[in-house]
Design a protein around this ligand. Structure first.
Ligand SMILES: *[C@@H]1O[C@H](CO)[C@@H](O)[C@H](O)[C@H]1NC(C)=O
Ligand SMILES: *[C@@H]1O[C@H](CO)[C@@H](O)[C@H](O)[C@H]1NC(C)=O
Length: 139
């Protein structure tokens, strides 16, 4: 089985230095574990899958199959730090992945594959901004 290392640094954004400016008056928090059922987290892991699918040249779409670690940090917005697994579904890529969350996973066999990914994203709700800081996956 081939191993693919996918690295995306879509934004070379230095969150640490952004958080280090004390102009806002509020100290940034440190990362805290959050529930797997957190509403915001569900959207975040789906976004990780969209990014992965956009960058992979696989014939099929991948979607989240497990969340191994989920943390949230308040830093001029919300930073999510998530370790998750993405697995190949039976849905073929067709440019549009709106139906992704309803795709079944591949059954056991040659096409079954799971990547383990580290994903960090920074959301600034009041600016309607989402920045992917890291998406690193390996088989
Ligand atoms: C997919 O990738 C292309 C080029 O890498 C980029 O221009 C586009 O915005 C991406 N789309 C999404 C939905 O991330
Ligand atoms: C946070 O979650 C990780 C993975 O689930 C766990 O190993 C760690 O002990 C947790 N940390 C705290 C402070 O609960």
């Amino acid at each position: 089985m081939k191993t693919l290392l996918l690295v995306a640094l879509l934004a070379a954004l230095d969150v640490t230095s952004a958080a280090g400016s004390h102009g806002g008056g509020s100290m940034p928090g440190s990362p805290h574990n959050i529930s797997r059922n957190d509403g915001g987290l569900q959207q975040v892991v789906l976004n990780a899958a969209y990014s992965f699918n956009n960058q992979s040249n696989d014939a099929f779409l991948f979607r989240p199959s497990a969340i191994l670690r989920a943390q949230r940090q308040i830093v001029k917005g919300i930073r999510y730090i998530v370790d998750l697994e993405l697995s190949r579904t039976v849905c073929r890529k067709r440019g549009n992945d709106d139906h992704l969350s309803t795709c079944d996973f591949q059954p056991a066999g040659r096409l079954q594959q799971t990547f383990r990914c580290h994903f960090e994203v920074w959301l600034v709700p009041w600016q309607k901004q989402t920045k992917t800081l890291v998406l690193l996956c390996k088989a």
